[in-house]
Ligand binder design. Structure first.
Ligand code: SF4
Length: 400
């Protein structure tokens, strides 16, 4: 297909595809899907080989948020029965982080619900970052605390944070339909503050909220312009008790096309499959590793993921390898230009605190228990959604 040859050539040259080309990827047929995956896979392997970076979420503070993000089970008025707790102590957070690192993660993503941190919250998180770094040599730490005020990104950097996550989530044009308590411009501003402080910026999106193909392309082009080092792609987990609970409109094929489009538009950036991986890609997860070079290990913020051991087995079975702490994630040209020296560090997925993990502070996940019967594509799969009941904030061992 001429389209795919063109996109591969552009991806290898880090050249921006046209909007029409990006839209055409989303419009490809199921018959062409494997060709699309193979083409985007060439770009992925050119920049990242067969490495898969594992990231581990630690939800420092769960629920009780005054904001109204429609996709989020921690939002004001949510009736989802998620864990609710206030700040984990530094040692508790470090213990949770250590479990993820022992499971193979190289980055820990510290996420807290809320509009944004107070200066006292930044002090608290700074102490947690220092504790984690002292107790876990070589760990990368990404903070995801919501909207930042002036000077807060610098303080987090000085405490040892490598990265900051804040997702754009959706296009500027539809942002007001998803959230009313803050704006798209607020989100852009925080990503820029992180960048400006020399932190590795992580910012991504949530697909499946009822947006159009044009919206998806808009947000991915906006992300390319912001130039984050990592782009988490969340697939909405329509959690009962949130306004978007009925938005079951993704299929595994649609998810693969979206990931391929993101890879073509952001070829040399860490593309992470974030929340909703198990729920929406289901048995197609291994194919998606040909597109993304990063995933979350284990559970998400408020929902459970598949067993960490299953994540590792999937990576090995698909012929990929877990990226080690001695390996640099990003291609050399990005590490040279990355502010703050993080080219090799990525963020996790919170930025918007979202569905996948953090960005929205939600999770996607599942499960451990296979679904009883396969439902038609795009049909509700509530059987695959389990609220997190283990790990941080509980007495039970984490999934890692
Ligand atoms: S995404 Fe973050 S800011 Fe929005 S409601 Fe959830 S926790 Fe609050």
């Amino acid at each position: 297909m001429d389209l795919l040859n063109t996109l591969v050539d552009k991806g290898l040259r880090r050249e921006l595809p046209t909007r029409e080309e990006a839209l055409a990827v989303l419009a490809t047929s199921d018959d062409d899907l494997l060709d699309v995956v193979a083409a985007a896979g060439k770009v992925r392997r050119h920049w990242f080989g067969r490495r898969v970076k594992l990231n581990y979420l630690v939800n420092l503070k769960s629920g009780l948020c005054p904001e109204d993000c429609s996709y989020c089970s921690q939002r004001l008025g949510s009736t989802t029965g998620i864990l609710k707790y206030t700040w984990l102590k530094p040692d508790q957070a470090s213990q949770a982080a250590a479990a993820g690192l022992a499971g193979g993660a190289k980055r820990v993503c510290l996420v807290a619900s809320g509009r944004g941190p107070t200066d006292r919250d930044v002090d608290r998180v700074s102490e947690t970052i220092r504790t984690i770094k002292d107790q876990n040599e070589g760990v990368e730490v990404c903070a995801c605390l919501g909207l930042l005020s002036d000077g807060q990104a610098e303080r987090l950097r000085d405490a040892g944070a490598d990265a900051y996550n804040h997702n754009l989530n959706t296009s500027e044009g539809t942002y007001g339909d998803i959230t009313t308590t803050h704006t798209y411009a607020d989100r852009v501003d925080t990503v820029q503050k992180a960048h400006g402080a020399g932190l590795s910026a992580c910012s991504g999106l949530i697909a499946g909220m009822g947006e159009s193909d044009e919206d998806l392309v808009d947000v991915v082009y906006s992300l390319r312009e912001l130039d984050p080092d990592s782009v988490p792609v969340n697939f909405l987990i329509p959690v009962e008790g949130t306004p978007l609970a009925k938005e079951w409109n993704l299929t595994p094929q649609r998810c693969l096309r979206i990931l391929a489009m993101v890879r073509f538009v952001c070829p040399d950036v860490e593309v992470r499959i974030a929340g909703g991986r198990e729920v929406h890609l289901r048995t197609m997860q291994p194919l998606a590793l040909n597109l993304a070079n990063s995933i979350f290990l284990g559970d998400y913020l408020t929902t459970e993921g598949q067993a960490g051991k299953a994540d590792l087995e999937m990576i090995a079975d698909a012929g990929f390898v877990v990226e080690g702490t001695d390996q640099v994630t990003l291609p050399e040209h990005r590490t040279e230009t990355a502010g703050g020296g993080c080219g090799s560090h990525e963020a996790a997925g919170c930025g918007s605190h979202d569905s996948a993990g953090c960005g929205s502070h939600e999770g996607g996940g599942v499960c451990g228990t296979p679904a009883a019967a396969a439902a038609p594509a795009g049909e509700p799969r509530t059987d695959l959604v389990a609220v997190r009941r283990r790990g941080a904030g509980t007495d039970l061992a984490p999934n890692a």
